[in-house]
Design a protein around this ligand. Structure first.
Ligand SMILES: Cc1ncc(COP(=O)(O)O)c(C=O)c1O
Length: 355
């Protein structure tokens, strides 16, 4: 059959998102780092107050309401902020705005696989620089690579480790292309890199409402950067990529910092309990500043265990990537979900011993 797809796209596998079980299924879903708790009650109140007129009209393309709210929370002018349909959409816009065909796009590996997919779709060259076993940032190599765009997920996924601010600062000082610091998991971390945006014109910070604000289904992310970079992103974005409902609910969510902070506190607490329990079961658990844990067990085939858990309606993530083959990434769930996971792991390990 004739393919109408542009030739360079034909061999590219595309991005495979984490599995979503059908609505109503009783699955314990710990594979895509969603927040296990509901969003702020103020989001539901805002949802109830939405009237038909809002739906009849096009949304405000500039999402002024949300940008003003974010501006006062982060103490950064609204002209330094733009919104899009999740931070995935912003990653796409960054490619469209700043990466030519054939350009190099740099990132440490393993990291968020979408950086690779978008680079390939753009017809650019992925330049993947390996993290070492303990996920030390390969700073010198990242600096010498000098691509059109460098992506750093901070904290990183799937490892969960934080990246020291001094290392991000060194990158910002020594990289001449765009430096994207993807802070999808920042709400569960001890530090953030917001100051770098104020100090360096070529730094873009990405934030999302999908994780800390429990709104992955809403699709709302925002970028913070100097106004000329924000204008470049606005030039290539679909004016209405964020709908009217997302602007209203996202604003209600971001204004309720108290809810977000207590939610993050609970998840960090559960993260440390889960870490201890897994370590007691003989798992290596990498230090995490996110809402997930990267884990490895010397006697466990990670892919086999992932399938075994799936049969028991527990979804965790396995990545077919270098350094990840023998590991699993488990989202921190509610205390009850985490306990059920640990009970299953205990059962699996004791079956291993007797077989
Ligand atoms: C590092 C990283 N960046 C971005 C995203 C995408 O976030 P959003 O839901 O805002 O598109 C994810 C999602 O898991 C992620 O892990």
């Amino acid at each position: 059959m004739t393919s109408f797809l542009r030739p360079h796209l034909r061999a590219i596998p595309g991005y495979t998102p984490g599995e979503q079980p059908p609505p109503g299924s009783v699955t314990i879903k710990l594979n895509t780092n969603e927040n296990p708790y509901p969003p702020s009650g103020k989001v539901f109140k805002a949802l109830e107050s939405i009237d038909g007129e809002l739906l009849r009209r096009y949304p405000d393309a500039s999402a002024q309401l949300f940008r003003n709210a974010a501006s006062s929370i982060f103490d950064i002018p609204p002209t330094w902020i733009t919104v899009a349909n999740g931070s995935d959409d912003l990653l796409n816009l960054i490619m469209r705005a700043f990466v030519n065909e054939g350009d190099s796009v740099i990132y440490p590996m393993p990291t968020y696989v979408l950086y690779r997919t978008l680079t390939q779709l753009q017809g650019a060259q992925p330049c993947e620089i390996s993290y070492d076993e303990e996920f030390e940032l390969p700073l010198a190599q990242l600096i010498s690579a000098q691509g059109a765009v460098t992506f750093i997920a901070a904290p990183n996924s799937p490892s969960g480790h934080a990246i020291p601010i001094e290392q991000l600062e060194q990158l910002a000082q020594n990289i001449s292309g765009i430096l994207v610091i993807d802070e999808a998991y920042v709400d569960f971390a001890e530090t953030n890199a917001l100051q770098l945006v104020r100090d360096h014109r070529h730094v873009i910070i990405l934030r999302t409402l999908s994780k800390g604000y429990s709104l992955a289904g809403l699709r709302l992310g925002f970028a913070i950067a100097s106004p000329d970079i924000i204008q470049d992103l606005n030039k290539v974005k679909d004016s209405y990529c964020v709908d009217a409902i997302a602007v209203i609910l996202g604003t209600a969510a971001i204004e309720d910092q108290e809810h977000k902070n207590s939610n993050a506190k609970q998840i960090k607490h559960s993260r440390s309990i889960l870490t201890n329990k897994l370590e007691e079961l003989g798992w290596k658990v990498w230090p995490s500043q996110t809402n997930f844990l990267l884990v490895q067990h010397p006697h466990v085939d990670a892919l086999e265990l992932q399938q075994w858990l799936k049969l028991r309606k527990i979804l965790v993530r396995h990545f077919n990537l270098p350094k990840m083959i023998d590991k699993l990434r488990i989202t921190v769930g509610t205390e009850e979900q985490n306990d059920i996971v640990c009970q299953h792991l205990t059962q699996y390990l004791s079956a291993q011993k007797t077989s």
